[in-house]
Design a protein around this ligand. Sequence first.
Ligand code: MIG
Length: 799
Amino acid sequence: MNSSEIIDRESFDQNNNYFILSEYLGHHKEENKLVLRLVEGRIILEFLSSDIVRVVMSKRDNQVDLSSTPAIIKHDLSYNNFTIEDKAEKLELRTDSLKILINKTKFFLSFYDLEGNLIHQDYSDHSLGWSGDEVRAWKELGAKERFYGLGEKTGYLDKRGRKYTMWNTDTFNPHVPSTDPLYQSIPFLIGFNQGRNYGIYFDNSYKTHFDLGLNSEKYYSFWSEGGKLDYYFINGTGIKDIIKNYTDLTGRMPLPPKWSLGYHQSRYSYHPEEEVKEIAKQFRKKDIPCDVIHLDIHYMDKYKVFTWDEQKFPQPKQMLNDLAEDGFKVVTIIDPGVKKDPRYDLYQEGIKGDYFCKYLDGEYYIGKVWPGECLLPDFTKAEVRRWWGDKHQLLLDKGVKGIWNDMNEPAIFNDSSTMDIEVVHDNDGDLGTHRRFHNLYGLLEGQATYEGLKRYNPNERPFVLTRAGFSGIQRYSAVWTGDNRSFWIHLEMAIPMLMNMGLSGISFCGTDVGGFSDNSDGELLTRWTQLGMFMPFFRNHCAINNINQEPWAFGEDYEKVIRKYIKLRYRFLLHLYNLFYESYQSGLPVMRPLILEYPDDEQTYNLSDQFMVGDSILVAPVYQPDRSERMVYLPEGEWYDFWTGNSYDGGKNIIAKAPLETMPIFIKAGSILPLAPSMNYVDEEQIEELELNIYLSTDVREDNYRLYEDDGISFAYQQGKYNVRDFSYLYEGGKLEFRIYNLIDNHQLDYNNYLIKFKNLALEPNVVMIDGIKSDDWEYNNCDLKISVGVNVSKIEIR
Ligand code: MIG
């Protein structure tokens, strides 16, 4: 319904009669758990570490159910070392980093650090309750509290004052600021009160809601329409530490194949074969780098998954092989719906193997999707995941390099736009209706796909892209934000959305560059490509009925600028790859809101139109038409304009020049940045000389940079086959000492030389010493000193 009649039908439903867990009746300790008996319910506090406490509730005298959703992978975390002191009004618990008070007359929890500072507490009037199937928690809302995280959500960076729902939804209508939910459910929230931060991960896969101060100034609240109240309170020294702890629980992204960080070109759909080849040819002819081409649903025979349309793609193996020779990797789309056609082997196998979703009485669920009537695999069964994963051999055998999982909310063409919630999933015997498994469908399909690809080729990192997902999706898949539009406002909205996805554990994310539906134009595509070159996942994609938006679609003036930025992506690739490695290790995002690096600077708390790449590059995309300047906030310190080399003092806003060919990029003074030569595709050629840029400033005495490198494709890095170099300098009184340490040297590097560019060296050097020997082999020009040295050099001194 799209008329205003809809208004009446919405109700806020705030005043359900909840049974509130109130008076304390008793407690006991069981290993790493504290079991609390209360009027109206029980609670277990389970300690996973001194910083992570899980809170699980049951109704009345029911046993507390400690099972988890598949988001949680760290089942071995356990911390027994907490103490309990029974005081008159309160129970006081202590870990190595937290003091937790449990109020007895009226139950609520308060979390303090060991100095006695309150980090966070429950709403003291009513903190936990249930009503029928619904379970709910109320939390005290700090006067200036900000909220981040929640994955793929519309709106600005700070989510305070908004209400969001978690229910994976195929949302084709334009994503306006109030559009919710979208395709992903990541019930992870970061509460930020300057200096006091914490995370809450609500481990419930049913439809959940977060009201972040929309309906009250005193509390915020989250609840679910089913399942149990089961959340993790996550402490940490700052937001970074909280993300690290959260991704300890739900997993991190293994390193993707390096080529997947290159540029991707897609549309709905490139076909037939000749068109695909022509697109590829154009990229090379026009000297625009491209690594990946995506094939949308028209490569299939009548939209039947794991088939090829033999008319349009008579020789897929040959085609993929030809493309590979030119450096192109091909990713094919897969939808979960299996066409109901008794002649179709996948359908036959699914019926014979009992792999499809059914109602309790055994009747199959049939939904209409692209192929017509379809059955849907029940990915909650391990056997089905295995079957589905193995099916990918059919594509991989032909040379397909990655899989793009679409429509996996799952999306169905009906009023609810998804599967009937009464369908019962098998879940290896622990049955549950679609209410419980809906939000997990994409995650489990992602697992099936990732594991299938890895089984097929254990020495190659899978590339999987998904639209739907749940917490933990980062373990298997990159995520794109679905059907955006070619509207400027969607370009603007992409920035905070991607930043919050990054804060929620999903580092490898991106939006359709140029916009999916509606028609793009040259300026929009150019500006979007500029943002795209710093998005972790960089793909231009476009809908079926819209005009072309390949980099050359709008004429040479735009093409020239687009080429420049796609090339620049490849220049930054080593650095980006390095950041992906950091993500794999710590969960930290590649694309970061400024608050992550400057948590003491209030100006960053809701800064939604700029971001950082790692901790040294600040990017300020232009997201409105006809602009030639934009305001940029530079945090404390000194910043270099990447284009001009001019320096600016931070701690203020500046007006940056931003004509069409310029997206403002600033480099933090003091930092070290490797740049690679641009190529047609990743690893097309060996890097002969690694360029290192040192952005010196008299205000920065020292800094360092660690560069991680490996073969970019295999899992050998997990056996220690990689290389880590540490570059550092000390810059004082006009003297500079630069050091190179080979920390880990288990991978053969391409290059034998470094081209080191010391920027902003105020005076021409008198002496340059390389490993103690005077050298004349350097160039000084306009305050920049250039030196080329062998990779075995360990020390450069400049006086
Ligand atoms: O109902 O496969 O979001 O990227 O091009 C549309 C066709 C189905 C939705 C995806 C979009 C893709 C399109 N798909």
